[in-house]
Ligand binder design. Structure first.
Ligand SMILES: Cc1ncc(COP(=O)(O)O)c(C=O)c1O
Length: 368
């Protein structure tokens, strides 16, 4: 059996998968002295656009900045509202608020824990400008249903695909190509990474131009010394792009591996049904975090402590946004609250091998 970690070595909840090829790509870029955004950034944009079958890909410095650029390019401004799922990383909502909008939380569904469509319907007001649908942990949000509701009202549907690169909808369409615009993250906690980074996909030429303006001081070309609009500096450097290109070449293999690793967790924990369960997953969806749900949430902390003493890391799930000061939203969020109190993320790095997972599940089984 294969192992990524030694017998008693600490198994972290997450560790980026970085190899010699990545190191060489970064070294070669540094040695070339062409380290700023340049040819490698252009190559990465073109490879990502063709991987997803999107017309344009624009890089950014993080998934959060990709979201900010996307919201701005959709015209999200002061006084607007953006609907976000109550369970997501704060960046989904921060970015909308930094464009001046109010983030309005909507509960998640109980099926795959993406945003609940009827909760979105109820949250829509005349001020709603966009819905940020998060494909949570590889699970596809129902973009078709959202577009049906939002399209006639002139509300945009953004796909926050930070946790779901390469994952597909149940009918096999690649996530990030179904809504009006999509954003991704290349942070070190993602299946492929360049330490920090992100990108936006769009098929719309005008949106693409605004995204370029935003990332580079309001101009469409670095050759220009005049700046027709306001913008920031969200350029991803070629050093990072070198690493991202090297990682992208390994993406499909990693996606298959993540699916296999979750199946091992599933096989080993199958009989623990009365205590913990692994949420059902559509076969087209690729897991990002290996998650268990406790039927008795009160037992979770003891399991965290016990795994810790077995040198195994875990991570608690997100807290509902509606309970956090910047995103406070009135209303009932029973599914989000139940998820937060009962979920736990087990070691999930794409580096893991079957032997490491058996070590985690053996330690867990001792507690059943
Ligand atoms: C759903 C979601 N959106 C946005 C982000 C932000 O990405 P980044 O950390 O690259 O800014 C994350 C990061 O984990 C995320 O999970």
């Amino acid at each position: 059996m294969e192992y990524a970690y030694e017998e008693n070595e600490f198994i972290p909840q997450w560790e980026p998968m970085v190899g010699d090829d990545d190191a060489k790509a970064v070294y070669d870029c540094v040695k070339s002295t062409f380290i700023n955004e340049g040819k490698l950034a252009a190559e990465l944009e073109s490879r990502l656009a063709s991987y997803f079958g999107a017309k344009h890909c624009i890089l950014s410095t993080s998934g959060t900045m990709a979201l900010f650029m996307a919201f701005d390019a959709l015209g999200v401004r002061h006084g607007d509202e953006v609907i976000v799922p109550d369970i997501t990383f704060a960046g989904t909502a921060d970015s909308a608020m930094l464009c001046g909008a109010k983030a309005v939380c909507a509960d998640i569904n109980n099926k795959n824990r993406t945003v609940d469509i009827s909760a979105v319907e109820m949250a829509i007001t005349p001020k709603t400008r966009a819905v940020a649908a998060v494909h949570l942990n590889g699970h596809a949000a129902d973009i078709d249903a959202l577009k049906k509701i939002c399209g006639p009202k002139g509300i945009y549907v953004l796909e926050d695909t930070a946790q779901s690169i390469g994952s597909r909808s149940p009918d096999g369409r690649v996530l990030g190509t179904l809504g009006d615009i999509a954003t991704f993250s290349l942070a070190s906690t993602k299946i492929i990474t360049c330490a920090q980074g992100g990108f936006v996909l769009t098929n719309d030429d005008k949106t693409k131009d605004r995204l370029i303006e935003l990332k580079d001081h309001g101009r469409l070309s670095r050759k220009w010394n005049h700046h027709p609009a306001l913008g920031f500096n969200f350029k991803l450097t070629d050093i990072q792009c070198a690493m991202a290109l090297s990682q992208l070449a390994d993406l499909d293999r990693r996606l298959e591996k993540m699916k296999k690793l979750e199946l091992i967790y599933r096989r080993e924990l199958e009989n623990a049904g009365q205590f913990v369960s692994i949420p059902l997953r559509d076969p087209n969806s690729v897991p990002w975090q290996f998650e268990i749900i406790f039927s008795e949430p009160a037992r979770r902390q003891a399991v965290v402590d016990s795994l810790k003493s077995a040198n195994i890391g875990t991570r608690m799930p997100y807290e509902p946004l509606h309970l956090q000061a910047p995103f406070e939203t009135a209303g009932a969020f029973p599914n989000a609250e139940s998820y937060t109190s009962s979920a736990l993320w087990l070691p999930s790095s794409p580096k893991l091998e079957e032997g490491d997972i058996m070590r985690v599940t053996d330690a867990l089984k001792k507690m059943f």
